[in-house]
Design a protein around this ligand. Structure first.
Ligand code: SF4
Ligand code: SF4
Ligand code: SF4
Length: 377
């Protein structure tokens, strides 16, 4: 099997095809400290892309409550159990095997196939916190403190997609211009190998059309310089979509590169699976670090510590304020004199916002209007 370079696990790994990076790579960063599980992103995607027949249980974007939620049921626990123990020291290459390296000789990737009923409970486990019943938790006798967090998920438009590797029809391709992974609906015969192989379970089978479908990265919007619908409509302003560089060509003025490579506060999820997924998360600061290390790799502890120190960093603060401030894709950004600015591909300014919103305190009694007002601190 060819060897490819996977920077997320710090080493080369086996992959069924030769490595070929796109000219630029679609990516989303999510700040998990701000997600409120309003599911507006889920509905923005659903009403745009999956409101047709056979798509009733199809959520290309979903938001699940961790540790107990999962759509389809138990997707992460099941692949982690199959993979077994994975040793990985901080700042060192992954010692364990990826899903490609752990696969049987006749298979492309370690896999499992969810049953129909596994897709029927998209919000299973919502707001169930780990802990004790007397503390308000529904599930007892589990070895966690009381905590939960929300995990929004789209297809990760992986650099080394397992769906693409497993497709016997070569119906799945990765676009050279933006790294978006698509299923050619005219070539797909509905064998479901991509559904079986994607460890994130983001390729889905449509029983009405009898072909598989997945998140298309909102490529028509991206081609016009716009962020995807799930990003544009995010109520919590927790997301930013842009293009990520590999670490060896990262730019400090690229918003995604800055959060992932320069600042090191956004991490890929389950990087040990070996797909080099391109959705990145700022981990929630209140969740147990062991759990975060399992989900985001051994750098999770450092990422949380750096996030907690952002009060001393006006540049990072400015970038976090730029998240959700425009529908357009930001190719670069600058923070100066208390203002954060975002720019398009040609360097034209798209948006400018204050890093700290000015505070306006109004008189409790407005004599002109004879009105009593309440200020919310
Ligand atoms: S997340 Fe799954 S469906 Fe999306 S590109 Fe990666 S392997 Fe394919
Ligand atoms: S990028 Fe577009 S297609 Fe993909 S989950 Fe978001 S809204 Fe849906
Ligand atoms: S719209 Fe934003 S805040 Fe709401 S659930 Fe989705 S990611 Fe979270």
């Amino acid at each position: 099997m060819p060897k490819v370079k996977n920077w997320q696990i710090g080493r080369e790994m086996e992959y069924p095809y030769e490595g070929q990076r796109p000219k630029r790579q679609w990516a989303i960063v999510f700040d998990l400290n701000k997600c409120i599980a309003c599911q507006t992103c889920t509905l923005a995607c659903k009403t745009t892309w999956t409101s047709g027949q056979g798509q009733e249980y199809m959520f290309w974007n979903n938001v699940e409550t961790k540790p107990y939620g999962g759509y389809p049921l138990g997707w992460d626990v099941r692949i982690l159990e199959k993979l077994g123990r994975q040793d990985w020291e901080k700042n060192a290459p992954l010692e364990g095997k990826t899903v490609f390296e752990a696969a049987a000789p006749t298979e492309r990737a370690l896999h499992f196939f969810p049953k129909d009923e596994d897709w029927m409970y998209p919000n299973n486990g919502e707001d169930d916190c780990a802990g004790r019943v007397e503390g308000g938790c529904h599930i007892k006798d589990l070895p966690h403190d009381r905590w939960f967090f929300y995990l929004p998920r789209t297809c990760a438009h992986c650099t080394y997609p397992a769906c693409l590797a497993a497709c016997p029809r070569k119906a799945i391709y990765k676009r050279a211009e933006d790294g978006i992974v698509l299923i050619d609906q005219s070539r797909c015969k509905g064998y479901g190998e991509c559904v079986r192989a994607c460890p994130y379970k983001k390729s889905m089978y449509n029983p009405a059309t009898r072909v598989s479908e997945k998140c298309v990265g909102c490529y028509p919007a991206v081609e016009q310089g716009l962020q995807p619908m799930c990003v544009q409509n995010c109520i919590g302003k927790i997301r930013i979509m842009g293009f990520i560089s590999p670490p060896w060509t990262a730019r400090a003025d690229n918003p995604v590169d800055y959060l992932v490579h320069k600042k090191g506060i956004a991490l890929p999820y389950y990087p040990q699976l070996g797909l080099e997924p391109n959705i990145y998360y700022i981990p929630p600061v209140h969740a147990p670090r062991e759990y975060l290390a399992q989900m985001f790799g051994p750098q999770a502890d450092d990422a949380v510590k750096r996030y907690l120190e952002l009060r001393q960093d006006p540049i990072a603060q400015g970038l976090l304020v730029l998240m959700g401030s425009t529908d357009c894709i930001l190719h670069s950004f600058k923070v100066a004199d208390g203002l954060a600015s975002g720019y398009d591909e040609k360097g034209g300014e798209i948006v400018q916002v204050p890093v700290v919103e000015p505070l306006h305190a109004r008189a409790a009694y407005d004599e002109k209007l004879a009105t009593v007002r309440t200020n919310t601190p």
